[in-house]
Design a protein. Structure first.
Length: 289
């Protein structure tokens, strides 16, 4: 049986400490803040990131350098036969495509999974990979199974402010100004590759209701069989507002009684485009071994 190393990136919400505990490698995502590079979870904490964001610092996302990625793989392959790497969704970053290109140099020993996950759903993919590895699956089999499940997930996000969508050019300044005056809160969705608009409502309370209703529709509709089989995971996420997030988690629990809910801070790669104070609800099918 092959000895398989599992690798992800900090977009999964898995900290360096958690990675060590789980026995997986976590590649820190780089950010440029006022033209200086920081590494998520190493030289940049969640709290520091939001302080920079609130001060209107110039923040841009980047991807791990090919040299660092290959250096990690080279070290791991001294001890392991294969590597399974689970990066963030290829629809949200070029990180996945870059890793796939680099993996071609490793003669089938590095398997890069493109299963369109981010944050809490990406975390579940990592847990699935560990379970599959421990059940004796090969690296190629793990990649195939995870990619077959890629559209069996759903994320809804609402924002505190339209400022960062405007800044990123996703909405016009005029639309942002009108939305702010009318207290409009967009609800965004990730259903597969992209972050897309889902709804626009008045106030955050209504946005929360809209997200719960949408997730309930997913559970009762396209994921009904998985729910019946006990295969669905339910998750919550937030950007820098843990007190509000705890209330949100409780609200989710009341809508989905009896379900275990995992909650993490939302990936900083998403947070820099949507800002502080966001709330999200997510679900994904877990792999049955």
């Amino acid at each position: 049986m092959s000895k398989i190393a599992i690798v992800t990136d900090s977009n999964s919400g898995i900290t360096q400490e958690e990675g060590r505990r789980l026995g997986v490698s976590v590649i820190p995502m780089p950010f440029f803040i006022n033209e200086k590079m920081y590494l998520e979870g190493i030289t940049l904490s969640q709290e520091e990131f939001y302080q920079w964001l609130k001060s209107d610092a110039s923040i841009s996302t980047s991807q791990p350098s090919p040299g660092e990625t290959m250096g990690l793989w080279d070290n791991l392959l001294k001890e392991y036969d294969e590597i399974v790497q689970i990066p963030m969704s290829s629809g949200l970053s070029a990180t996945c495509a870059t890793a796939m290109g680099l993996a071609q140099e490793y003669e089938g020993r590095v398997h890069v999974v493109d299963n369109q996950r981010i944050s809490v759903t990406q975390r579940q993919s990592l847990e699935d990979a560990i379970a599959l590895r421990d059940a004796g699956r090969s690296g190629a089999e793990i990649k195939k199974i995870l990619e077959e499940e890629k559209f069996n997930s759903s994320i809804y996000i609402t924002l505190e402010t339209l400022k960062y969508l405007k800044k990123g050019g996703r909405i016009t300044p005029a639309a942002a100004a009108i939305g702010t005056v009318l207290n409009l809160k967009p609800v965004l969705q990730i259903q597969g590759e992209k972050l897309d608009a889902f709804a626009k409502v008045r106030g955050k309370k209504q946005a929360r209701r809209t997200m719960l209703k949408a997730m309930k529709a997913d559970f009762d509709g396209r994921f009904a069989q998985f729910v019946q089989n006990g295969e669905m995971c339910l998750q919550a996420a937030y950007t820098g507002n843990p007190e509000e997030a705890e209330e949100w988690k409780q609200e989710i629990q009341e809508t989905f009684p009896g379900m275990e809910i995992h909650m993490d801070p939302l990936s900083l790669s998403v947070a820099c485009h949507i800002g502080y104070g966001s709330l999200a609800i997510a679900c994904c099918k877990k792999v049955t071994v």
